[in-house]
Design a protein around this ligand. Structure first.
Ligand code: IDP
Ligand code: MG
Length: 149
């Protein structure tokens, strides 16, 4: 396995529900390293670029309205096969398909409010990281637990 970085985001509602700590704990417990984090309100222009692939979908307006409706916690996570690992950890996009034990499976009843974003490929990860973070905002660090997790 190779060390990768991926982009993740706790979507609006997570702070209001006061479950950000729980979700971050799960991310830490799994073994991802948080190498960047930023609490922000996403401007409409950034939301439209981030979700550009969905521009022509019926739910695009709703998606942009939701993602700009409150603070999000944008993060870069690092770890072995982090891109694929985080996707599985978050669970399926559709609420009714997200398995119990996954973040979406455990915390979301509605697809449009599925609480967490995770990049779907290395290319998306690189693109999304650069949309949300400057290179100097991503921190190189080691937790000293190599060999344990
Ligand atoms: P992903 O977040 O698992 O990568 P995408 O297909 O890229 O899923 O969709 C982006 C986001 O758009 C989803 O996380 C979800 O919040 C929302 N979304 C996707 N499909 C639907 C839908 O059919 N109805 C409403 N919202 C949707
Ligand atoms: Mg996606």
């Amino acid at each position: 396995m190779a060390i990768e970085r991926t982009f993740s985001m706790l979507k609006p509602g997570v702070l209001s529900r006061r479950i950000a700590g729980e979700i971050i704990s799960r991310i830490e417990d799994k073994g991802f390293d948080i190498v960047a984090a930023k609490l922000m309100r996403i401007p409409r222009s950034l939301a439209e670029i981030h979700y550009a692939e969905h521009r022509d979908k019926a739910f695009f307006g709703e998606l942009v309205a939701y993602i700009t409706s409150g603070p999000v916690l944008a993060m870069v996570l690092e770890g072995d096969s982090a891109v694929a690992m985080l996707r599985r950890f978050c669970g399926s996009t559709k609420a009714e398909e997200a398995l119990p034990g996954t973040i979406r499976g455990d915390y979301a009843m509605h697809t449009g409010l599925n609480i967490i974003h995770a990049s779907d490929s290395s290319e998306s990860a690189a693109r999304e990281m650069s949309l949300f973070f400057k290179p100097e905002e991503i921190i190189d660090w080691k937790d000293g637990n190599d060999g344990w997790i």
